[in-house]
Each structure stands twice: as C-alpha cells, then as structure tokens.
Write a protein that binds this ligand. Structure first.
Ligand code: TGC
Ligand code: FAD
Length: 388
C-alpha cells in the first residue's frame, strides 16, 4: 500500500485552518459529485452552462475574498484552495470564478464608486449577474499599454471605440469592464450588455479551454455616462493590480489540475497490467511518478507560501509572477507525463489528463505569458528592464 497520498505528499493539510480545510473539502466534493460527470461533455461541446454561476454563488465562491456587499470575506488561502479544487475539475470552472471574483468584482470593489458597488457586487456574489474583463486586443496582448481602444469625452459622457479579443465569459456577461485609453491615460469603464454600439462575437474552434465561453467585444461609438467610469483606476497600474489578484488563484489552480493528473496516473499505474505486472512497478514509470509528485508537492508549498505572504502583506507582484511561471509550466509537464502513463486511454475524455494538458496551454499564455513572467522575475533579480 502507498505510504504517501498523491494529493498531499507533504502533509500541508495540517498547515490549514479548520475553516480553510472545510471549505476546500466542500468544494472538492461538489466538483467531484456534481460537476465532473458533466465536464467531458461540456468540453466536447465547447460550452459552459450559465447556471453554474448561480451554483457557485450559492456556495459563496464568487468574490469570496472581498469584504461586504454580500461577499464572504474569506482569506487569500481559502480563495486559492477553492481555485485548486475547481481547476482539478476543469480550468473552465476556475476561469469563470477567477474572472467574476478577481477580474470584475475586485476592481469594482477596489476602484468603483459606492453606486457601482451597490449596483453590481451583491448581484455578482450570487451569480445573478456575470461580468467579463476586457484588456487584451487583437494587436495588444502582452503589451496592453499599446492598446488602441479609446474613450473620449463628449460633454460629461464618454464615447468608446475599439475591439477587445479573447475575453472569457464575454458574450454571456451582463457587464464588461473595458480598459480604454483617454487623454489622461488608461481608465476602466463598466459597459452593460445591451448598450447601443456594444456587441460580442464568440470565438469558436478552440482546442484548449473548451469548457469556457471566449468572445470578442466590439465597441462602436458606445456612449456611456460619466458614472460608468471606475473613479479609482488611473493608468496601466489599474488593470495590472487587478491581474495580481487573479494570478494568485492561477498559481493554486494550475497546481490543482496537476494534482488531478498525478492522482489519475498513480491509480492507473497501480492497476494497469502489462508483462504480467502493474506498469507502476516498472522503474521508468516510478521515475515519471516521482518527478510528477515532486513537482506537484513543490507547487503546493509555493502556492501556500504566496497566499500566506499575501495575508501578511509582504507579497509583491514579482512573487506572483514567480508562482505563475513555476506552477503553470510544472502543471503542463505533469499533465503531459500523466498522458504517457495512460497510453492510448490517455488521449480520450474518459480520463482527465489530455483535457488538462490542452487547457494548460491556455493557462501558460493568459494572465501574462510564461515569457512575460520570466522577464518580470528577471527584472526583479537584476534591476534591468527587458521590456523597454
Ligand atoms: P510597467 O512600466 O512595468 O508598469 C506600468 C504601471 O503598472 C504598475 N505595475 C503593476 N501594478 C500592480 N501589479 C503589477 N503586477 C504591476 N506591474 C506593473 C507599475 O508600477 C506602473 O505604474 P505607474 O504608476 O508607475 O505607471 O509596464 P510595462 O509596460 O513595462 O509592462 C509590464 C508587463 C509586461 C509585465 C505588463 O504589461 C504585463 O503584465 N503584461 C501581460 C498582460 C496580461 O497579463 N494580460 C492579461 C489579460 S487578462 C487575462 O488573460 C484573463 S484570463 C481570465 C481567465 O479566464 O482566467
Ligand atoms: P502575444 O503578446 O502576441 O505573444 C506571442 C508570443 O510572444 C508569446 O510567446 C509571448 O510570450 C511572446 N512575447 C511577447 N512579448 C515578449 C517579450 N517582450 N519578450 C519575449 N517574448 C515575448 N484577455 C483578457 O483581457 N481577458 C480575458 O478574459 C482573457 N481570456 C482569455 C481566454 C483564453 C482562452 C485565452 C487563450 C486568452 C485570454 N486572454 C484574455 C488573452 C490573454 O491574456 C493573451 O492571450 C495574453 O496576454 C498574450 O497575448 P497574445 O495572445 O496577444 O500574445
């Protein structure tokens, strides 16, 4: 019998608070019982049901790390653990919660007016209203400062023009946070669905993150009142601060996907017989599992450390970059290795490994690419800026 559990090799469970452990267990059971049976079909169909938002809302997961306005006020660690459990199911589940809680509710909470908070946060916490985050454009991905979307004044109103690309939840969102260039630099705007001139178009034929809606946002002379602007956000630092929140969830989430792949591979290796023995008894398979286990355990330790630093107020953006850089590429390597252990079965949706490997290609790219985070880390270590 195994002496180390694949899901917690280092016994980090003991370092969690009771409420963190309970929440983690609740979400783990919910994902396994209620969602995982349907995930392969959603992935195959390229969709994610809108109703999931309400179910996440009932569990208190939307904007869970925010205070007031119907939000749970949970710790960064609790938020991270939830992200890990959701992404152990599928990256699309974690993405929905990341976008809603970290990329939409957080900026309204941090930068919004009291009216904006009252209008959107309680309804978003329950999942009744959904939001999306529009930063990326067809010609501005890693370099959002080069965005072309503009917001110009017309009296007290704002007129927005431009295109946002690759926007998670875009076409099903009730409100989009759109980042646009004004005469005074970048600002954020709340653009409700149905505003004249604002349309969306879904992006199809994705081979990764299929259980997630991804859309283009088109803004053609969209007129907004002055009250649509986020008053507290000024400059590129606004959206980058917001990204810091979501990226911490990804540090945990990607590790959750890796853990799910490790667990599946261990189980398979113990039971699949070739040459008269379980394939897990071959040294080559054990070497693969050892490498995967080491990566998953190190990733869990890193994620927990970053969340505790956030709680202590010592977490810097470059720490978060290190976490995303390290845990996402490790998760992708683990998912691919798990796939080899499962042989042909590994390429199907019967097992989670190829689906996770495909999803993690997106995670490697969004919220700052692997390369961008290596350069943030390189800049922090050398004091020399590779971007400019
Ligand atoms: P730089 O000159 O370094 O900074 C401009 C201003 O921003 C401030 N800043 C930050 N503030 C908070 N947190 C951070 N992480 C920050 N990084 C920078 C900085 O202090 C400065 O402020 P100020 O007041 O001095 O003006 O900017 P740069 O042009 O050199 O770019 C830096 C770089 C490349 C790291 C940045 O542009 C970047 O992170 N690029 C990647 C873009 C990105 O991550 N896009 C993600 C789009 S959203 C998404 O993918 C959602 S997926 C959702 C899902 O489904 O889960
Ligand atoms: P580019 O920036 O063009 O990069 C292409 C390649 O060049 C990458 O390998 C990159 O690392 C490399 N590169 C770029 N600059 C440098 C450099 N200075 N040095 C070395 N290499 C460099 N965006 C949103 O705003 N909201 C969302 O909700 C959202 N959801 C997404 C969902 C999905 C499924 C996907 C795939 C993307 C999503 N994105 C979203 C967009 C995502 O953030 C961008 O794809 C990402 O920021 C990279 O931009 P890009 O794709 O334009 O690649």
């Amino acid at each position: 019998t195994p002496t180390l559990p694949a899901n917690d090799i280092l016994g980090l469970d003991a370092d969690l608070l009771d409420e963190e452990r309970m929440l983690r267990d609740t979400v783990r059971a919910f994902v396994q019982r209620e969602l995982l049976p349907d995930v392969p079909q959603w992935f195959e169909d390229g969709e994610l049901p809108r109703e999931l938002a309400q179910r996440f809302g009932e569990l208190g997961l939307l904007g869970m790390h925010l205070e007031g306005y119907g939000c749970a006020g949970a710790s960064p660690t609790a938020y991270g653990l939830v992200c890990a459990e959701l992404e152990a199911g599928d990256t699309g589940l974690r993405s929905l919660v990341s976008v809603q809680g970290s990329l939409v509710m957080f900026p309204i909470h941090r930068f919004g007016s009291e009216e904006q908070k009252q209008e959107w946060l309680p309804r978003m916490a329950t999942g009744e209203a959904l939001g999306c985050f529009g930063l990326t454009e067809p010609d501005a991905g890693s370099d959002p400062g080069s965005m072309r979307t503009t917001a110009r004044r017309d009296g007290s109103d704002w007129i927005l023009n431009g295109t946002k690309m690759w926007i998670t939840t875009g076409s099903i969102a009730d409100v989009a946070i759109v980042w646009a260039k004004t005469e005074d630099g970048i600002r954020g705007f709340l653009v409700p669905r149905g505003t004249p001139g604002f349309t969306t178009q879904d992006i199809h034929h994705k081979l990764s993150l299929r259980a997630s809606v991804t859309s283009e946002l088109l803004l053609d002379d969209v007129r907004l009142p002055a009250s649509a602007e986020l008053p507290g956000a000024r400059g590129l630092g606004g959206p980058l601060t917001v990204l810091g929140e979501a990226r911490l969830g990804i540090v945990f989430g990607a590790n959750g996907a890796a853990r799910a792949c490790l667990e599946a591979a261990v189980e398979y290796a113990r039971t699949r017989i070739q040459f008269g023995k379980p394939i897990g008894s071959f040294q080559l398979t054990q070497a693969k599992l050892a490498e995967m286990g080491a990566r998953v355990a190190a990733g869990q330790l890193l994620a927990l450390r970053l969340a505790r630093m956030k709680e202590a107020g010592t977490l810097k953006p470059e720490h978060v970059s290190l976490g995303k850089y390290s845990n996402v590429s490790a998760a992708l390597a683990v998912a691919r290795e798990a796939r080899t252990i499962m042989g042909a079965n590994g390429i199907t949706l019967e097992y989670p490994v190829m689906r996770h490997a495909a999803n993690l290609e997106t995670v490697l790219t969004y919220e700052g690419t692997h390369e961008v985070h290596s350069l943030v880390l390189g800049r922090a270590l050398t004091g020399l800026n590779a971007f400019s």
